[in-house]
Write a protein that binds this ligand. Structure first.
Ligand code: FE2
Ligand code: FE2
Length: 336
């Protein structure tokens, strides 16, 4: 515990507390975690608000007047803070006083944490409800402001983890579908399918999944099972959406045939899946893994054009190239 450490141990202090933006606190909510004021002289942070007392408008005003933009929570409360953010996402996203970049980062982090929880425990009872809610906030955010997509792309992770990859695919999917003229209200199942598309990987041994070497035929056979595992998991959860199941089960199918698990081709592959496949491949190419460097957007799109054109829907791919043409995904060394 921090209190047991000697005063002045800045390094340990930093490890024990997590800075949070004051802007992420909502009036008339109860955090259930304590808030601390940072100390500028290396001393233990000072308790500012006990978590059982509601956050009031007066308290937020006082912080604003005092130009306090950051408070601290104990690292042990990190999970509680994330759940607090998730349950207040609607009001955070709609808060025009908060810069778009900050809202983008909060949304991205909430979606990423949600997918990470889902992958850890895909049978948790609330997987579908939580993902529906996050999806609806993100879709609304992306449609509310033309710059929102750009800002969300800026915060997409450059390092590959299944959970960050899932959020990135979601962002590309929604942006492309919107560009193709799909209406906001028709994108919720599509977004949920993107966010959960690799949920079946939760049933695969991480040592196989992250194997940097050449996979044995047996390991490859197991990895190719993840769309079927995902389909099963969602059915067990009571998922009723054919679109969600379609994306989860078919995102590795190829337009020319030869994909897995059902070896579909041509018109048997839905438009939802065709878009998801493009986003899925693009994100895999543009993110870094322990065993491969990331390609930049230009080289990724060129590789897709030269080596995968038979597999991908040509019209959707062209629209994707036009959409990504002017956007380079930045490197975010600190962000995972
Ligand atoms: Fe996949
Ligand atoms: Fe994927």
């Amino acid at each position: 515990m921090t209190q047991e450490k000697g005063h002045g141990d800045r390094k340990l202090e930093t490890l024990s507390y997590l800075p949070i933006p004051v802007a992420s606190l909502r009036a008339d909510t109860v955090t259930n975690f304590d808030l601390y004021l940072p100390s500028h002289d290396g001393r233990t942070p000072v308790l500012y608000r006990d978590g059982v007392f509601p956050i009031t408008t007066a308290l937020l005003d006082r912080l604003r007047v005092g130009k306090v933009e950051t408070l601290l929570v104990k690292s042990t409360d990190e999970e509680n803070y994330r759940h607090y953010l998730e349950s207040n996402l609607g009001s955070l996203v709609a808060d025009e006083n908060m810069p778009l970049e900050e809202r983008s980062a909060l949304l991205y982090d909430s979606a990423r944490n949600l997918v990470r929880d889902v992958l850890r425990d895909p049978r948790a009872g609330n997987v579908l409800r939580r993902s529906e809610e996050v999806v609806s906030h993100m879709v609304r955010f992306l449609f509310a402001d033309k710059q929102a997509f750009y800002h969300l792309i800026q915060v997409t992770s450059y390092d590959y983890y299944t959970y960050t990859h899932s959020v990135n695919v979601f962002v590309f999917n929604i942006a492309l579908a919107a560009r193709l003229g799909v209406r906001e209200e028709d994108l919720h199942d599509f977004g949920q399918g993107a966010l959960l598309h690799d949920i079946g990987k939760s049933k695969i041994d991480p040592n196989v999944l992250n194997n940097p070497g050449k996979l044995s035929p047996d390991q490859w056979r197991i990895i190719k099972m993840h769309p079927i595992f995902g389909d099963q998991l969602l059915l067990e959860q009571g998922c009723k959406s054919e679109i969600v199941i379609d994306i989860v089960r078919h995102h590795h199918e190829k337009l020319c045939g030869g994909g897995y698990p059902d070896n579909l081709s041509g018109d048997d592959i839905s438009a939802w899946v065709r878009i998801s496949t493009i986003s899925d491949i693009f994100d895999a190419l543009t993110t870094r893994r322990p065993y491969k460097a990331a390609l930049d957007s230009y080289h990724s799109l060129r590789l897709m054009q030269e080596e995968m054109s038979e597999e991908l829907d040509p019209d959707f791919f062209l629209a994707f190239v036009e959409m990504m043409g002017n956007i380079e995904r930045p490197r975010h060394p600190g962000r995972k």
